[in-house]
Write a protein that binds this ligand. Structure first.
Ligand code: C2O
Ligand code: CU
Length: 531
């Protein structure tokens, strides 16, 4: 195993990913951020220098952080935010392989650009002889306004609207906004390159697809090329009669690897990342809260790229896309397509069951909130939760709240039953673990749920349907404070977050490394200066 060092400078830079110029919260001036690559077993040491002008953190989505909970990057839960001009170093080992990503976990900063891919290679990859090259593809919704004013609108008293609506879609940071639309601005760049992936006839390629959206579910497809799924959220999957698909539904924060067989006539083919508007709440203008944002600009929802065969010309593809059902069901990929490669039945020794009800409500100021068991999560940034556990603060007696669902089950299995009473779907992500997805579907009455304990899907982000449920199980083998939340960033900011305290007797204030403690002191003095 090797130690791999990365230097990240966080800085705001004006960029035009889809043509429209806006300030972007970048790593080293890049959007998306640099590709991190390592082998299973390696250590990553990532030095983060924050020059955003605002605090920041980085979360390594899907990485278990076994024994290093404090480098999970969640402000208010595992660390204090990194103040402006301060450097903080994340340092952890990778005992997993697969497709991951990193993103800011501070407010909605990742929507402003702080995202990037994190790939962990595996010498025991069961598919390594089934492909010759490895490509990473990010798909994302994109907003022309920075997130801060959008959040101000979304959290205004008496606000009756829905979530901010994306302005465009991107493939690997490149999109095609219509620069002739009103409000595109004089600086709109009409020459954004088309994301192009080169292949040679007769070869096979692994494509790793990561949805870094704030909000959107995409269908991803490559014309004339069915895709064989081999990995979901870091877990290898087996070949079944459902594992080859024409299009891949991928929700916010999910990842898939697929194998593409370049066996078609030499030509150019469209790569399509279609944002599925059916899976978004209705679009409504957000005025009069902020009239400077143009919500009438014409939206190009779908991003396109090109699969270019060696020897094909530079002409535009003439291919046509696969038919995608409309209306679209906004569900995860069929479970039969993503059975774990190795048989791995769900644990049956459930020691803790936590029932979580997701609802929507309004507080005394008539600000809308999402509630989990009646509590709306709001991080308190000035110390990590485990410090507050030591202080024995009561998490439960105010709202919005620092909710905490504690359990102390050294060798047990936790079952989370998530019940979604509302009509919208939510892609839920568990930190620190992958889970067995033992039940998923419509219906909110646990008596009627159907379970699959024999060969359930294992992953870290899954979609709970509207007026539906998911039930997940995981082993309590990773002491720490772990978030379980909807990954739609607009819902996180309205409190759709639960905080799971795993085996609290095994960590404490005293076990926090000095650098994590020092960061809180730096953050608290930064806050004082600001006041
Ligand atoms: Cu991708 Cu809580 O994060
Ligand atoms: Cu949600």
């Amino acid at each position: 195993p090797k130690t791999r060092y990365y230097d990240f400078e966080l800085k705001i830079k004006k960029l035009s990913p889809d043509g429209y110029e806006r300030p972007v919260w970048t790593v080293n001036g890049q959007y998306p951020g640099p590709l991190i690559q390592a082998n299973k077993g390696d250590r990553l040491v990532i030095k983060v220098k924050n020059n955003f002008g605002d605090p920041a953190t980085i979360h390594w989505h899907g990485i278990f952080q076994r024994g290093t909970n404090w480098y999970d990057g969640v402000p208010g839960q595992t660390q204090c935010p990194i103040p402006n001009r301060i450097t903080f170093t994340y340092n952890y080992t990778l005992d997993q392989s697969g497709t991951y990503w990193y993103h800011s976990h501070f407010l909605a900063q990742y929507v402003d650009g702080l995202v990037g891919p994190l790939i962990v290679h595996d010498k025991d990859d069961p598919y390594k002889n089934s492909y010759q090259e490895d490509y990473v593809v990010l798909v994302s919704d994109w907003y022309h306004s920075p997130s801060a004013p959008l959040l101000v609108q979304r959290t205004a008293p008496h606000y009756e609207g829905f979530n901010p609506y994306p302005d465009a879609s991107l493939i690997s940071g490149l999109g095609q906004y219509n620069c002739s639309s009103p409000g595109a601005g004089k600086k709109c760049n009409r020459n954004v390159p088309i994301p192009t992936y080169k292949v040679r006839k007769g070869k096979k390629y692994r494509f790793r697809i990561i949805n870094t959206s704030a909000y959107a579910l995409f269908t991803f497809s490559i014309d004339n090329h069915p895709l064989k799924v081999i990995e979901v959220d870091g877990i290898f999957t087996k070949e079944t009669n459902a594992s080859t698909v024409n299009y891949l539904p991928i929700h916010t924060a999910q990842r898939y690897s697929v194998i593409l067989n370049a066996n078609q006539p030499v030509a150019n083919y469209f790569i399509r990342a279609n944002l599925v508007p059916d899976c978004l709440a209705p679009r409504i203008p957000m005025t009069p809260f902020n009239t400077t944002i143009n919500y009438n600009s014409s939206i190009i929802f779908n991003a396109t790229g090109v699969l270019h065969y060696h020897g094909a010309g530079t002409g535009k593809p003439k291919s046509t896309g696969y038919t995608i059902p409309s209306p679209f069901a906004c569900e995860d990929l069929n479970a039969d397509a993503i059975r774990p490669y190795e048989d791995s039945p769900a644990p049956t020794n459930v020691t803790d069951t936590i029932l979580l009800n997701v609802t929507f409500g309004r507080n005394d100021d008539d600000v809308g909130h999402f509630l989990m068991n009646g509590e709306s999560f709001e991080p308190i940034f000035n110390s990590p939760t485990n410090q507050r556990i030591m202080l024995k603060e009561n998490f439960r007696d105010f709202e919005p709240t620092q909710n905490a669902y504690g359990y102390d089950t050294p060798y047990g299995c936790v079952e989370l039953i998530l019940i979604n009473g509302g009509g919208a779907n939510h892609p839920f992500h568990l930190h620190g673990h992958a889970f067995w997805l033992v039940s998923q579907g419509p219906g909110v009455n646990p008596a009627n749920f159907t379970y699959n304990l024999k060969n359930p899907v294992i992953r870290d982000t899954t979609t709970v349907p509207g007026r539906g449920h998911i039930v997940v199980r995981y082993l309590a083998d990773n002491p720490g404070v772990w978030a379980f939340h909807c990954h739609i960033e607009w819902h996180v900011e309205l409190g759709m977050v639960a905080q799971l305290i795993e085996r609290p007797t095994e960590f404490s204030n005293e076990t926090l490394p000095d650098d994590v403690r020092a960061l809180c002191m730096q953050y608290n003095s930064y806050k004082k200066e600001k006041r």
